[in-house]
Design a protein around this ligand. Structure first.
Ligand code: NAD
Length: 486
């Protein structure tokens, strides 16, 4: 068995059970966003690497499908254990490569472990649930319902939660009996290689999980690889549309987890401290680089002044900086995204928005730092109100009624998530019911459990991850019909 350092490695591709260097012309740098300095680089995979990985996934598919769900469950537990064993190394890597504060890097690790453990449990019972019997035609026929794996799946992920978004795809795909090719983000090329190391360590059959480290070229090749029979993508809307278009040429099933501009509604009877905790968590966790960020605050006019005062104070108190110095909020993970956020801060200034916290990019050690930022009373036509910023930037507005709050919240092309903070649970529930969003939190920061559903309405995507819904994204239904046997 080979042992790899998570950082110094020339092998960026795990394909058919072996490690190899990517054949791409360029190299991918792992950059510490707190300093702007590269700490590793590795060869990029190209289209040929994807084709080869997909061929391995296709060759391994019949055996993996036939392996039985209990055996697959055992391997998924192996992934959970392998991640736990690497906890220290992977937490440190995410602090360095993503700029995540230590506590948040730990939460990512725990979420990924919980996801593998959950799908291991779900896989355990799959075979026993096959051939569910249905009586047809008053007993003339009976049917047997089977859930079959779709086939080798192509999984494409972004950089903001590298270990987590990939766990949310690998675990249900493998549980269902699909084999997989994972294409990681060129911005964070190291974290998911741990999944290859674990696959090797636990003796996963070669070709069941393949990992290609590469950029857009490899991503495009995923959408074209003839061996892949399902594509699951998480990322931006622009790329999601390109993926859907490419996959449409072959009419393959596609799942998309895209962007958001989610609302947090605070009613007049809300507890201010609780509201501040939910608002700050919803926009400053992971420096706001969350598809589910509640980046639009809609507050009842009656408590706008005291809430915003407490919120601005909390935002100013957040220690922003290098996670290795104990910062509570880290930098923006990529330079390109940092420049995009700076552009929005410039647009806000040009629009003359009322900035009550942050609005600046602290110059510290060459890192991609943005101060926790809040704009008050943002016009609903402003780019700051309508566009996904993907940074620690909150836009606020005030309303006079719950009906107005809902109308404002739902006036968005996105529909991923939402939060309601209210002293009256029934009222909060009515608002939650009215929100056009796939996930709504009431009086809590954004907890995500592996047995809940994840995904959005409108332009936030197609399909759901996590829970049994995540599993069904990798399954097709087969209905076997037969005359009744007397
Ligand atoms: P991105 O769209 O730039 O990249 C995502 C992945 O697609 C990367 O691996 C990239 O290499 C690959 N890719 C690029 N071009 C491609 C192409 N033409 N064909 C196929 N693959 C291609 O996204 P990002 O900037 O890495 O991530 C940020 C975005 O992801 C945000 O918009 C955010 O809202 C979204 N996101 C959504 C969720 C969710 O669950 N809904 C979760 C995390 C992030």
């Amino acid at each position: 068995m080979t042992h790899h350092s998570p950082i110094q490695r020339e092998t960026s591709i795990y394909s058919g059970g072996t490690w190899k260097a990517g054949r791409g012309t360029g190299r991918l740098a792992a950059v510490d966003p707190s300093t702007g300095r590269a700490f590793a680089d590795l060869p990029a995979g190209n289209a040929e690497d994807v084709q080869e990985a997909a061929a391995h996934a296709a060759a391994a598919f019949p055996g993996w499908k036939a392996a039985g769900s209990a055996r697959r469950a055992g391997f998924l537990r192996g992934f959970a254990e392998g991640l736990s064993r690497r906890r220290g190394v992977l937490v440190a890597l995410q602090m360095r490569a993503n700029g995540k504060p230590e506590a948040e890097a730990g939460i990512d690790l725990d979420d990924a472990v919980a996801c593998f453990a959950y799908y291991a449990d779900l896989a355990e019972g799959l075979d026993a649930a096959q051939d569910a019997r249905v009586a047809h035609g008053g007993g003339a026929h009976f049917g047997l319902v089977r859930r079959e794996p779709l086939g080798p799946a192509g999984l494409i992920v972004p950089w903001n939660f590298p270990l987590v978004t990939s766990a949310w795809k690998i675990a249900p795909a493998l549980a269902a009996g699909c084999t997989a090719v994972l294409k990681t983000s060129e911005m964070t090329p190291l974290a998911e290689l741990a999944y290859g190391d674990i696959a090797e360590e636990i003796g996963l059959p070669p070709g069941v999980l393949n990992i290609v480290t590469g950029g857009a070229e490899a991503g495009i090749a995923m959408t074209r690889a003839p061996d892949l029979r399902k594509i699951s993508f998480t990322g931006s809307n622009m790329t999601g549309a390109a993926v859907m278009k490419a996959v449409a040429a072959r009419c393959l099933p596609v799942s998309l987890e895209l962007g958001g501009k989610s609302a947090i509604i605070v009613t007049a009877d809300a507890d201010i401290d609780q509201a501040v905790e939910c608002i700050a968590g919803g926009i400053f966790f992971n420096a706001g680089q969350m598809c589910s960020a509640t980046s639009r605050l809609i507050v009842d006019r009656a408590i706008e002044a005291p809430l915003l005062e407490a919120l601005a104070e909390a935002a100013r108190a957040i220690v922003t900086g290098n996670p290795f110095d104990g910062a509570e909020m880290g930098p923006i993970t990529t330079r390109a995204q940092y420049l995009k956020v700076l552009d929005y801060l410039g647009a806000a200034r040009a629009e003359g928005l009322d900035c009550i916290a942050g609005g600046t990019a602290p110059d510290m050690d060459g890192g991609n730092f943005i101060a926790p930022t809040i704009y008050r009373g943002v016009p609903r036509s402003s780019r700051i109100w309508t566009e996904e910023i993907f940074g620690p930037v909150l836009a606020t507005t005030s309303v006079g009624s719950d009906a107005e709050a809902l109308a404002v919240a739902n006036a968005s092309e996105f529909g991923l998530a939402g939060t309601v903070v209210s002293g009256d649970w029934e009222r909060a529930k009515r608002l939650a019911d009215g929100l056009e969003a796939g996930q709504v939190w009431i009086n809590t920061p954004q907890a995500v459990y592996p047995d809940s559903a994840w995904g959005g309405f409108k332009q936030s995507g197609i399909g759901r991850e996590l829970g049994p819904w995540g599993l069904s994204g990798y399954q097709g239904i087969k209905h076997i019909l037969s005359p009744a046997i007397s």
